[in-house]
Design a protein around this ligand. Structure first.
Ligand code: ROI
Length: 161
């Protein structure tokens, strides 16, 4: 089965713009998957510890026949290939973060994967790029992206051209 999947991309180490560019190239090369669209890149203030560099964030849309866990494995492989290391500090800086935000209209509650992504509903650096490529989106719980946006000010975010 083919599903429309939205992926959040984030980086704040090791030349974030290049991290996101090569991540998009890697997403486009995934098996049984098409890179359907991607947003502009946004500079964003760090959420979490403030003593880390600003992030660059974007959102990509995939059409994929991979299962959710097969896609998660593939995303974690890309993160590792781009130098991701897991640190003890919660919400610390990272070279590349690839989060499954939405997987069709599926709601998943597995030890490795919760979809929709826990924190997407209130994060400007997720919602505004997502709105660029999916303005009419509905979440599995029936809320519209427009509703979420109206409760989420465009703060700490800068659209890069
Ligand atoms: N903050 C911003 N602005 N962008 C991110 O992608 C991001 N990712 C994270 C934490 C550390 C929570 N903060 C972030 O994982």
């Amino acid at each position: 089965m083919m599903e429309r999947v939205y992926i959040g991309l984030g980086s704040n180490l090791a030349t974030p713009l290049e991290q996101l560019r090569s991540a998009l190239t890697a997403l486009a090369a995934l098996p049984q998957t098409r890179l359907a669209a991607y947003s502009a890149f946004y500079a964003s203030d760090p959420l979490g510890p403030a003593d880390q560099p600003r992030y660059v964030n974007a959102v990509a849309a995939l059409d994929s026949q991979l299962s959710p866990l097969a896609l998660l494995d593939a995303l974690q492989t890309i993160e590792l290939e781009q130098g991701r290391t897991r640190k003890a500090e919660r919400w610390g800086p990272r070279t590349l973060d690839l989060d499954i935000l939405l997987f069709g209209s599926q709601q998943l509650n597995e030890p490795r994967l919760i979809v929709p992504h826990y924190h997407m509903h209130a994060r400007a650096f997720v919602l505004y790029p997502l709105a660029e490529i999916a303005p009419e989106l509905h979440l599995p719980d029936g809320r519209t992206l427009a509703e979420l946006l109206s409760a989420c000010p465009f703060v700490g975010l800068e659209r890069l051209t």
